[in-house]
Design a binder for this molecule. Structure first.
Ligand SMILES: Cc1ncc(COP(=O)(O)O)c(C=O)c1O
Length: 372
């Protein structure tokens, strides 16, 4: 029987999300392919998890009430403006399912976070990609121009993944007013904690004035909770009510809820996590400079750089040396690679030295040419 005939036809053209290579073996792997936080989870979280593990025979709190209350206090918002989700990725699916119909349009920056596109494509929506500018910052003016009467959502990952750049407050404000009441505007701020530039503003600031703004937060990065899956959607209560209609029951598991409650109390870890990312991105930048690789100045916990060789081949070569990085060919950047920051200087050197050796090998294999 041809089972493919049962699949919704428009899914033929859809490519599933490509995750970073997982670490499965016990080899000495330096995994820099998925923008994870290599500090590891806070000790306070591990303790909370041990306690919570004894109660996993119960379903989790379906509304994540304690988490919602705690986040409401942290962000100084009413609890009905918050929806905890199993990672921002789940939040992106919910937002798309609730608001985007077949034939609607969504506007994204390209490159940008690929889940925006995948969620739109599942709904059979038209994904309108607006290329980033030459300096790798999202073209917010172009995104505003791309809004039509069919647009339902404008997605802005700010900072942008994979570019690591930010859009500053005046440009975001311009985009929000250009959209007006015509579409929803989602400000995905997965890396917000790592931004030190004072001209950047969280979407929480736009939320006060603009009813159509939705903010996405993840706790995967700053608190190193990626494996547990927890984030939050922040928006006006009418939007949250609509999202509850598409939400999976018990969407945030009990361990994730317990972990976040502990993490939110751990101010010391938060500060350490930010300081480490800032220090390590500077260190990595310095080493890339020393080896002569061009990179985009980063506002995140990862860097995007030009390896000047085929990025897929380079990533394969580096994999074999135990250093996992993410080739960006799929995003249209044939020689560019994304790598998250290690947790210490020794690993920064391991990354940079491995990169230089592997690039040199590829160049030699292809018949020479100057390394840099
Ligand atoms: C811009 C952006 N948004 C959302 C996410 C997803 O975060 P989560 O782990 O909460 O699903 C990522 C993860 O890499 C990201 O880069």
């Amino acid at each position: 029987m041809d089972l493919s005939k049962f699949v919704r036809p428009h899914l033929d053209a859809l490519h599933p999300y490509v995750p970073g290579k997982p670490v499965r073996e016990e080899r000495n792997i330096l995994k820099l392919a998925s923008n994870e936080n290599l500090l590891g989870p806070p000790v306070s979280v591990v303790k909370a998890l041990q306690k919570a593990a004894e109660r996993v025979h119960y379903y989790p709190d379906d509304g994540s009430v304690a988490v919602r209350m705690k986040l409401a206090e942290k962000f100084n918002l009413e609890p009905d403006m918050l929806l905890p989700v199993a990672g921002c990725a789940e939040g992106i699916y919910y937002i798309t399912q609730a608001f985007v119909d077949e034939g609607d349009e969504v506007v994204v920056s390209h490159p940008g976070f690929s889940i925006f596109n995948i969620a739109g494509a599942i709904q059979n929506a038209k994904v309108v990609r607006v290329p980033v500018k030459d300096d790798f910052t999202p073209d917010t003016a172009g995104m505003g121009e791309a809004v039509t009467e069919n647009t339902k959502i404008v997605w802005l990952d700010n900072p942008n993944n994979p570019c690591s750049t930010i859009v500053r407050r005046p440009q975001v404000e311009e985009l929000v007013s250009k959209i007006g009441g015509r579409a929803l505007f989602v400000h995905d701020e997965a890396y917000v904690d790592f931004v030190t530039d004072p001209s950047y503003a969280s979407g929480l600031e736009y939320l006060q004035e603009h009813e159509n703004v939705i903010v996405l937060r993840t706790f995967s990065k700053i608190y190193a909770l990626a494996g547990l899956r927890i984030g939050a959607i922040i928006a006006r209560p009418e939007i949250i009510t609509a999202l509850h209609k598409v939400r999976m029951p018990f969407n945030v598991n009990a361990l994730a809820q317990a972990a976040l409650l502990a993490a939110l109390d751990d101010e010391e870890y938060h500060q350490h996590s930010v300081a480490m990312a800032v220090e390590m991105r500077e260190q990595m930048g310095k080493l890339l400079d020393e080896y002569g690789f061009r990179y985009v100045p980063s506002h995140t916990n990862f860097l995007l750089f030009d390896a000047r060789v085929d990025c897929v081949e380079l990533a394969q070569e580096m994999n074999e040396h135990g250093v996992f990085v993410r080739p960006m060919k799929g995003a249209g950047l044939a020689t560019w690679v994304r790598a998250s920051v290690p947790s210490n200087v020794v690993d920064c050197y391991r990354f940079a030295d491995t990169l230089a050796v592997c690039q040199q090998r590829l160049l030699e294999r292809k018949g020479g040419g100057p390394a840099r």
